[in-house]
Design a binder for this molecule. Structure first.
Ligand SMILES: [Zn+2]
Length: 47
């Protein structure tokens, strides 16, 4: 299940940030917990 979800995210690439349910970063695809609302990998503000 997790694999399929990851595949979906990478396929959609630049998904709208408004899709808050998907926590993968739209810029780099990182799925870690946000740090102060920002991607822990590239620093993009997501929240
Ligand atoms: Zn990122």
């Amino acid at each position: 299940m997790r694999g399929a979800w990851h595949e979906s995210v990478s396929r959609e690439g630049l998904a709208p940030v408004a899709r808050a349910s998907a926590e993968a970063c739209p810029a780099c695809g990182a799925t870690g917990e946000l740090v102060a609302g920002a991607c822990p990998d590239c620093g993009l503000q997501l929240a």
